[in-house]
Design a protein around this ligand. Structure first.
Ligand code: NDP
Ligand code: 8X3
Length: 255
């Protein structure tokens, strides 16, 4: 199985936006490194996509710095030269007023959404620098552009992703590496189930009476960013459902 396309590494490929991105990139001939904690989900995705493109799966918790380095250092040809790094892994944990916040939830959001993204990036960037080529795509959020009630620490983690994307773009500019920030509004994935700790009813309320983005909608934009010519960089993009104008401004049909 040969392909002339660069390899893409996707964190959080076991569900939602990451899995949809893996599928669309495989369809377009990109070799893949798919990452996440749920080994069974990665096995199934590897089975599905491995028929079209070379696929390597890596099981690690992005919070664990040693595990990140160990996993990324095991990569061998054709997976060792990552051309596209898609920093997607992340979640919200809980939704409480700041005075009621759960410290474990806060740790999870900062450790996964911010520090995990940094650990993976720090491991991959040196090889991009050596080649003077690469493209980093960070999945931020509308929550990184505006703070909403009880979004506090999740919003802070996504504001951090926004700052990291901007910082990466400045520092990597002279090395010919592109940095893209894609900031979606409401996307129906496992996100709300994780945020509300498995409470499916509460999760469903988030999308009630409106049409959210699908993971595939976001994946299509990621593919579009990747497919731009070498001289074009989609730097920063806010992608909203038509029914959403701002975090708290959502057109809902009365049911
Ligand atoms: P999902 O819950 O469907 O996917 C989250 C992914 O992150 C999973 O693959 C999960 O894999 C991975 N992940 C979570 N924690 C860890 C960890 N500790 N180590 C490794 N991987 C981890 O949600 P989405 O697809 O919606 O979320 C993807 C990104 O999009 C996130 O960064 C999110 O903040 C962002 N986003 C989502 C929006 C939405 O409305 N859904 C809107 C804007 C941005 P596993 O559990 O197997 O480890
Ligand atoms: C996810 C979108 O509005 O639930 O980042 O925070 S939101």
């Amino acid at each position: 199985m040969s392909t002339s396309k660069g390899t893409a590494l996707i964190t959080g490929a076991t569900s939602g936006i990451g899995a949809a991105t893996a599928r669309i990139l495989a369809k377009n001939g990109y070799p893949l490194v798919i990452c996440g904690r749920r080994a069974g989900h990665l096995d199934a995705l590897e089975q599905e996509l491995g028929k079209s493109v070379p696929v390597q799966k890596l099981v690690f918790d992005i919070r664990d710095r040693e595990a990140v380095n160990q996993a990324l250092n095991t990569l061998s040809e054709p997976f060792s030269e990552i051309q596209y790094l898609i920093n997607n892994a992340g979640n919200a944990h809980g939704m409480s007023s700041i005075q009621d916040g759960d410290l474990d939830d806060w740790d999870a959001m900062i450790d996964i959404n911010v520090k995990g993204l940094l650990y993976v990036s720090r491991a991959i960037i040196p090889k991009m620098l050596a080649r003077k080529s690469g493209h980093i795509i960070n999945i931020g959020s509308i929550a990184g552009q505006e703070v909403y009630p009880r979004g506090n620490v999740y919003c802070a983690s996504k504001f951090a992703v926004d700052a990291i994307s901007k910082g990466m773009r400045l520092d990597l500019n002279e090395h010919g590496i592109k940095v893209t920030a894609i900031n979606p509004g409401l996307v129906e994935t496992e996100f709300s189930k994780v945020r509300f700790k498995g409470d499916e009813q509460r999760a469903a309320q988030v999308y009630e009476g409106m049409t959210p983005l699908t993971a595939r909608d976001v994946a299509e934009v990621i593919l579009f960013a990747i497919q731009r010519p070498a001289h074009v960089n989609i730097a920063d993009l806010l992608l909203l459902p038509t029914d959403q104008a701002a975090s708290g401004v959502i057109k809902r049909k009365l049911i």
